[in-house]
Design a protein around this ligand. Structure first.
Ligand code: CP
Ligand code: NVA
Length: 309
């Protein structure tokens, strides 16, 4: 644990491009090592005695359980901090919450609505802040996604990925991850639901060249990977009727997979079967969604041990 007066600033992970290409590959390699350690029952208590605070303003299954389990496997401990269980929910400023948490724990993972809120946490924290999802980004998901693609495609070179659906938080971090690792990405969204121009610009600055289209078939055709996410993200429930209409034609279904018979199908989960993806595709031979979910555990352990070493 550090204090406010330490001169060394902690590394934060607010989005994928907080890592360089070399750092990202180092984290992915470590994720593979941790996965093997778990499979082989090898001890890997690399964060013995360390504590992760987990701040949640939104619901979670995978993020919460994988971070908490990961800390246990690394010999450390995690504390769940639901917004309404702590003084933040009663109006304590985020900057005070961040400074107080920094005096107790060794890192904080935060799932919040506004992306600016993880930036505030980072500004006032003397320990690493890890973005566990904001309205704009989901970088921990991308780490697991890249680990999963690397496993199924035997590397990331010459891999073509198609994002089909909403240009949301998951899509935006995935675009940055693809750019950093050389994955060729085509993003198909309805008009009005594109990935932010600023994110596309960042992806280009990283050496990527994402293609954008409003045609899901064009994006999917002969892709190695097809990736989708919900049409209605957390906090957008009031937009359901409009969105259900606007996303018509963007469902990842058996019909779409006829254009990509070899593709692996990805979804960050939770999936809304019958909306962005059909039940038969989630359950089908091309689906790798539960490998993706598992890899959240390994990738986040790698990130935490890398940030805290
Ligand atoms: N994919 C993901 O972040 O899932 P949870 O919302 O369950 O954490
Ligand atoms: N885009 C989704 C991802 C959930 C993991 C959401 O923000 O709700």
């Amino acid at each position: 644990m550090t204090t406010d007066t330490d001169e060394t600033q902690p590394r934060h992970f607010l989005d994928v491009d907080d890592l360089s290409e070399a750092e990202l590959f180092a984290v992915l390699d470590r994720a593979d090592e941790y996965k093997r350690a778990v499979e082989n029952g090898e001890d890997h208590a690399d964060l013995s005695g360390q504590t992760l605070g987990m701040l949640f303003q939104k619901a979670s299954t995978r993020t919460r359980v994988s971070f908490e389990t990961g800390m246990t496997q690394l010999g450390g401990h995690a504390i769940f901090l639901g917004e309404d269980d702590i003084q933040l929910g009663r109006g304590e400023p985020l900057k005070d919450t961040s400074r107080a948490l920094s005096r107790y724990v060794d890192a904080v993972m935060a799932r919040v609505f506004k992306h600016e809120n993880v930036e505030v946490l980072a500004e006032y924290s003397s320990v690493p802040i890890v973005n566990g999802l904001t309205d704009d980004a989901h970088p921990c998901q991308t780490l697991a996604d890249l680990q999963t693609i690397r496993e199924h495609e035997d590397g990331l070179e010459d891999v073509s990925a198609a994002w089909i659906g909403d240009g949301n938080n998951v899509a935006q971090s995935f675009a940055l991850g693809c750019a950093l690792t050389g994955v060729d990405l085509t993003i198909a969204t309805p008009a009005g639901y594109e990935v932010d121009d600023a994110v596309l610009e960042r992806a280009r600055d990283l050496g990527g060249d994402p293609t954008t289209t409003t045609d899901p078939i064009e994006a999917a055709t002969d892709a190695d990977v097809i990736y989708t996410d919900v049409w209605i993200s957390m906090g957008q429930e009031d937009e359901r009727d409009v969105r259900m209409n606007d996303f018509e034609g963007f469902q990842v279904s058996a019909d779409l997979l006829e254009h990509a018979p070899e593709a692996s199908v990805m979804h960050c989960l939770p999936a809304h079967r019958g909306e962005e993806i059909t039940d038969d595709v989630v359950e089908g031979d091309q689906s790798i969604v539960f490998d993706q979910a598992e890899n959240r555990l390994h990738a986040q352990k790698a990130l935490l041990s890398w940030l805290l070493e």
